[in-house]
Design a protein around this ligand. Sequence first.
Ligand code: KIV
Ligand code: ZN
Length: 527
Amino acid sequence: MTDPVTTTAAKPQSAQDRVMIFDTTLRDGEQSPGATMTHDEKLEIAELLDEMGVDIIEAGFPIASVGDFEAVSDIARQAKNAVICGLARASFGDIDRCWEAVKHARRPRIHTFIGTSPLHRAIPNLDMDQMAERIHATVSHARNLCDNVQWSPMDATRTEHDYLCRTVEIAIKAGATTINIPDTVGYTAPRESAALIRMLLERVPGADSIIFATHCHNDLGMATANALAAVEAGARQIECTINGLGERAGNTALEEVVMALKVRNDIMPYRTGVDTTKIMNISRKVATVSGFPVQFNKAIVGKNAFAHESGIHQDGMLKNAETFEIMRPKDVGLSETNLVMGKHSGRAALRSKLADLGYELADNQLADVFVRFKALADRKKEIYEDDLIALMQDSATNEKNDYMQVKHLRVVCGTDSPQTADLTLVIDGVEHTVHATGDGPVDAAFAAVKALFPHEARLQLYQVHAVTEGTDAQATVSVRLEEGGKIVTGQSADTDTVVASVKAYVNALNKLIVRRQKTAPEAMAKG
Ligand code: KIV
Ligand code: ZN
């Protein structure tokens, strides 16, 4: 009997079963409102992506700002294996700027795009012929600079099929080596996603000489399914982000497609080059620096993805882990034990535990973390892995050289209002103290921050999560602020929820100060 799943694949693009992983966390992911990352954070993430075996890293949008340009250039210089790609609109200026940034890479790529659907064609007010000419001119220009050129018809899934075939053919003739098919608004469904790739492979002359990529957004929750369907139809590059980070409902999640191809290799016989044991570490890093926490029940990287709480499941797991587990925690880099540490644990034990969790620390960093670990252990009897992760994330987000730091906080709360806060902040190296009142301890503490650092930013989100169980658990707090369209998210962790809240607020303000210094072009790409 034929297998209905594997036989859905039409003409394979080539005999190869290798699927390239194209990570766009630093471009499409970072474009998500509030997910802005600093220069150093981008470099660290790029290094982790390179080490884990991602094939192509889309490092940013060089024309967007000086910061983006510098991040792409530095990532290009640093990359050891991955192809480093930059995004450019269909203009010579964008493409030249992109090339200036990516040319430092051992393996550079220019990715240029234009919206081809009727709605997107109306924006630059180009008719079909004029747009076709623009595509030919810009792809040829990119190809004259770089021998690795990717072209995307933005909103491909809502573009007329004949016009899509025509534009893809033009891009191939002009020298594109990869054609990416974006589902920009997350509108397609698996069968349609596959049919589109199959149609392009069948109808477009020269289609068998290039790689087709799939780029899906998750607005209907089908991004992973759509990407895998496209692969079965012949696409050989998946565009994705860590944790599915991205605008609106996000992009295809890297960890989901990579693990799906690994776990269900029996029905999807394709290989990636990703070392899956590095997934958890990079997932935590991206959650920390983007300020977008991973939902607890998120596939693969959610806190509950490997937790078995119900009695029936636990019983089954103890007898045979495969009863309820289709992959092992260690396959994604989770250690099997949640070893408890305490105030008597020494430096060596801490170093080894952190290494298990994916944090390799230099001696001076370890000394710093050890002091914080001891302070935490004084307040909390048992330190779990999740506590250490929260501690490491807090060290990464709240740094000594931040413009503003929390020095001292005392709040008075209880049944009698008003609640009060006495706060000392170090702002640009100088200590400032204030007394403020509010409707509850967090309100009073936030009012104190605002009194010391007046600003117009609007609080969009305030979220508290307990890291572990028990009343002495650490709280992780996320604070999202918006100022003149710029959105930033701050995070912090502490056993005192109000302290964590103020630190997260100050962390968000520090990010906002950095954002204020960034310049952005008027028209940015969507997607
Ligand atoms: O979603 C999209 O269309 C994009 C393009 C810029 C490739 O991100
Ligand atoms: Zn996109």
